[in-house]
Design a protein around this ligand. Structure first.
Ligand code: R5P
Length: 337
């Protein structure tokens, strides 16, 4: 379901994007039929960022789109900083409302102390956006949805998982539900897997996963999962970072007799050595969205990787926000888990 903004609504809002992931910003703007407001942006020789709105934004609802990802010569921290600068500039230029759209919201995995004297980085980032002056945050499939509670304003948590589910279903359309099984690669993904189990009408199970406390790249698992034997396994997760989680899962599933392994995750981060691992992994298809830049991974992985766009999902939510409509209804409440 695609929704576009009426002309009178378009004149009330301004959408801009930083330089982390311009293609996604453009795709979101296209999906709701609006042109981006113009910005001047540059990086000073010493690495400091400069930004300025080239049009008046007085009285407008400004949507500042920035996925917290590395761009051309910039990194995740630059992306966050640039979004904060754009928020501050909007606030001091009399914007009526400021919404930060961060399809991938950075630092959400550091939401608690796992060892003494660590920061709670999730809180630092959300506090930073708040103190810059943002009114609302929109993101997609946060690692820890409970972190929304740190931010005191409206928080729209969107999900790309129903979209991934329908694409994953296409991958096994020649099989019956009994010949397939939904798999959570670890306990953290169990709630997601439950939603997919219901949505697909298949069985499910949760795999054990232990990270080595001294080297978190090292993962150990049970070696045999009898439920996988003779079935196509559909693994769902929120992200693929170094791919240690899903590659170790896929290997265990294949060793347990899985006929096919399909992996679906919202955020295709693909940090080193993900590509190398995935190339050699017994995974038939990897499905991710475009919250991250995926051109390099697509080039390296070819047909093994299929990227689906979340632009329309985000665009539809923005239309609901502008119209004071329900965002949860767009997802049948599956965004709240
Ligand atoms: C873990 O709890 C997350 O949901 C992901 O499974 C994990 O962060 C993926 O990281 P990697 O791909 O590096 O194993």
């Amino acid at each position: 379901m695609e929704a576009t903004l009426r002309l009178d609504e378009q004149s009330e809002i301004c959408i801009v994007g930083g330089f982390a992931h311009p293609d996604l910003t453009q795709a979101i703007a296209d999906s709701i039929g609006i042109e981006q407001c113009e910005l001047k942006q540059k990086i000073h020789p010493n690495g400091e960022l400069y930004t300025r709105y080239l049009d008046s934004i007085r009285g407008k609802h400004v949507f500042i789109v920035q996925s917290h990802v590395s761009g051309e010569g910039t990194n995740v921290n630059d992306a966050i900083m640039q979004q904060c600068l754009l928020i501050d500039a909007a606030r001091s230029s009399s914007a009526r409302e400021i919404t930060a759209v961060a399809p991938y919201l950075g630092y959400m995995r550091q939401d608690r102390k796992t060892k003494g004297r660590e920061p709670i980085a999730t809180r630092v980032i959300l506090d930073q956006l708040a103190s810059a002056g943002v009114h609302r945050i929109v993101t997609v499939d946060m690692h820890s949805p409970q972190a929304q509670g740190i931010f005191r304003g409206p928080f729209d948590h969107l999900t790309a998982q129903p979209l991934l589910r329908s694409v994953a279903a296409e991958e096994v359309q020649d099989l019956s539900a009994a010949e397939c099984v939904v798999v959570a690669p670890d306990a953290g993904a169990a709630k997601l897997a439950e939603q997919h189990m219901r949505g697909l009408g298949m069985g499910m199970f949760v795999m054990t996963k232990m990270r080595d406390p001294f080297d978190n790249q090292k993962i150990s698992r049970d070696t045999v999962f009898p439920e996988a034997d003779g079935r196509a396994c559909l693994l769902f997760d929120d992200m693929i970072d170094t791919a240690g989680t899903i590659v170790s899962a896929a290997e265990a599933l294949k060793n347990s007799g899985a006929t096919k392994v399909i992996v679906a995750a919202t955020h295709g981060i693909f940090s080193d050595p993900a590509i190398e691992r995935l190339r050699q992994a017994p995974i038939d298809r990897i499905l991710v969205t475009d919250t991250y830049r995926t051109a390099d991974a697509q080039h390296e992985l070819g047909q093994q990787l299929r990227v689906v766009s979340v632009a329309e999902t985000i665009g539809n939510a923005m239309v609901q926000i502008v119209r004071h409509g329900s965002v949860s209804r767009l997802f049948d409440d599956q965004n709240n888990r």
